[in-house]
Design a protein around this ligand. Structure first.
Ligand code: CTP
Ligand code: MG
Length: 181
């Protein structure tokens, strides 16, 4: 029981790390190439290729290390070839969700970095979930929606805004992020 709840919580680490490391690796050419849609930037300068691939691949590596460290203790993990798929989809899905969030923010007329409750805290979870559901729906359903994993999913959803805020305040204090949200 504790094990399945724990695995849900641990499985969010790559997604959280992907977002934080995108800030570290970010910069350079924006994904939207500076293009606009109806007078507003498609994504804005805050979404870059370096952030996407730097953040995504380093979070994947952290996920793999975590996988090997926890493998002896957690029987729910599938073998690595299968385990690698959710690790990749959670990491890159987080950043794709974050890109989706920025797309919505720009359509709402919000400038890069503008605060946007709900979207800022949940875009990356939605992205992680959607991509993981697409590439690995068996693992997705077993891990997040079967009892007792669902309890972990609910807990994570509730503490996520706090966690997200905490990580961003640290990034801000370290001078990595322009805003503390
Ligand atoms: N970042 C990046 N590429 C990504 C995601 C993030 O380069 N794919 C970097 C950018 O430097 C960005 C910072 O990480 O400014 C913080 O990310 P985030 O808060 O998601 O972006 P914002 O600048 O707040 O822009 P937006 O309003 O579009 O969310
Ligand atoms: Mg932001």
């Amino acid at each position: 029981m504790i094990e399945s709840i724990l695995i849900v919580i641990l499985s969010f680490i790559p997604a959280m790390i992907a977002n934080s490391l995108a800030v570290v690796f970010g910069g350079g050419p924006p994904i939207d190439g500076g293009k606009k849609l109806k007078g507003k930037r498609i994504l804005g300068d805050g979404k870059t290729w370096r952030g996407l691939f730097g953040g995504g691949s380093s979070a994947t590596m952290v996920g793999i290390v975590l996988y090997f460290l926890l493998r002896p203790f957690i029987s729910l993990y599938p073998d690595l070839p299968l385990g690698l798929i959710p690790i990749l989809s959670l990491s890159f899905g987080a950043l794709l969700g974050d890109i989706g969030g920025s797309f919505i923010k720009r359509r709402m007329g919000k400038k890069r970095g503008a605060k946007s409750p709900i979207i800022d805290q949940y875009d990356f979870v939605v992205g992680s979930f959607i991509l993981t559901f697409i590439v690995s729906h068996g693992w997705f359903a077993d891990t997040y929606f079967d009892f007792p994993g669902i309890l972990g999913t609910i807990v994570i959803m509730l503490v996520l805004p706090l966690l997200h805020r905490g990580v961003n305040i640290i990034g801000y204090k370290l001078g990595l992020k322009k805003e503390p949200w």
